[in-house]
Design a protein around this ligand. Structure first.
Ligand code: PLP
Length: 362
């Protein structure tokens, strides 16, 4: 093929110079970099998924249920709080949900506001939908003070506020007071990205409990993390039925394949089994936080399945040292910090051993 560079294509001016988002996908023995659940579906569940997909395959000449009705009803039941199918929307990962939200509520002339450090896809999605992004700093310990948040939202009048709880990459869960303060002040919609909700510590609330009181509040969730289903690409949201209706204006017809829908439904039928690993991972997470603190590191409190720790004068060197020992973590967060996903007990032991080696050499 003849030579062709991106600069010879009519790429939108505001996208020029961008690089695609994503962590390095490297083949390593211990992958602790993308917050996946390390425990694969059981043989029984994968057989059930296989059987359900085989059955669905017999009808693949037809388009899928465009509204994913049965899956949404099951997701609503899983969330509880009196929610039903009209309150729930599903898509290919919560990333697609977030993209749809920005398509329908963002766009040129509008502002989305978030508190950083946070999930770096949020500003990327704002950018590709032509939405202005306003990233404000989280406060001490990566918390968001309710009154400071209220004042910021009142000042900037965003159409969309994105709160992440538990936050990625810090692990910080928000107090409900913060969500309430933002929801009371925001002239637009308030999205709480709860990708890690199932991992939160005992007594930490979810914004799902606020949906009834705040009609313009939207909570996004995913099956990629706690449900150990990252490969299936299923995300969803809970909101007022009007918000769900609004999303249908921008969704592609038949966006969620028949196989995706049935895989998600089958996994939900096995929710108890899938979520059993969550308790194990939470215990492993708490042990990791304690161990790192005992080693003298600064560690952010975590309600998620990862831990952010530091600080290193040369974090890239530590990241590389770990990688040389077969342990892949993520170089993300404020300068000097690293983030490690909680793996199995064996994987965490390898992480600890590798970190000791690397830092004693340094
Ligand atoms: C992992 C993650 C998601 C998205 O995951 P999907 O696989 O697209 O569902 C969304 N938000 C945050 C904060 C995440 O860390």
């Amino acid at each position: 093929m003849s030579e062709l560079g991106l600069d010879q294509l009519p790429v939108r001016a505001d996208l020029r110079g961008m690089t695609p988002y994503g962590a390095p996908q490297l083949e390593v023995p211990v992958a602790l970099n993308t917050n996946e659940n390390p425990i694969p579906p059981s043989a029984e569940l994968s057989a059930a998924i296989g059987a359900a997909v085989a059955e669905t395959a017999r009808g693949l000449n037809r388009y899928p249920d465009r509204d994913a009705t049965r899956l949404r009803a099951d997701l609503a039941r899983y969330l509880g709080h009196g929610l039903s199918q009209e309150n729930v929307w599903a898509a290919n990962g919560s990333n697609e949900i977030l993209q749809q939200l920005l398509h329908v509520f963002g766009g040129p002339g509008r502002t989305a506001l978030g508190f950083e450090p946070s999930y770096s896809m949020h500003p990327v999605l704002a950018r590709v939908t032509g939405t202005a992004w306003m990233g404000l700093d989280r406060g001490q310990d990566f918390r968001i003070d309710p009154e400071e948040a209220r004042a910021a939202v009142a000042r900037h009048q965003p159409t969309l506020v994105l709160l992440t709880s538990p936050n990625n990459p810090t692990g910080t869960a928000l107090e409900l007071e913060t969500v309430e303060a933002v929801a009371e002040t925001c002239p637009g919609v308030v999205v709480v990205d709860e990708a890690y909700a199932e991992f939160r510590r005992e007594g930490t609330p979810s914004a799902v409990s606020l949906l009834e009181r705040y009609p313009r509040l939207i909570v996004t969730r995913t099956m990629s993390k706690a449900f150990a289903l990252a490969g299936a690409r299923i995300g969803y949201l809970a909101a007022h039925p009007a918000a769900v209706e609004a999303l249908q204006l921008v969704r592609l017809p038949y966006h969620l394949s028949a196989t995706s829908q049935v895989v998600a439904k089958t996994a939900l039928d096995h929710a108890t089994e899938l979520l059993a690993s969550v308790d194990e991972l939470r215990a492993e997470r708490d042990a990791c936080v304690t161990w790192l603190r005992n080693q003298g590191y600064t560690v952010a409190d975590s309600d998620a399945n990862f831990v952010m720790f530091g600080t290193f004068s040369d974090r890239s060197a530590v990241w590389n040292g770990l990688l040389e020992r077969g342990v892949l973590v993520r170089e993300v967060g404020p300068p000097g910090w690293l983030r490690v996903t909680v793996g199995t007990a064996t994987e965490m032991a390898r992480f600890r051993a590798a970190l000791l080696e690397v830092t004693h050499q340094a």
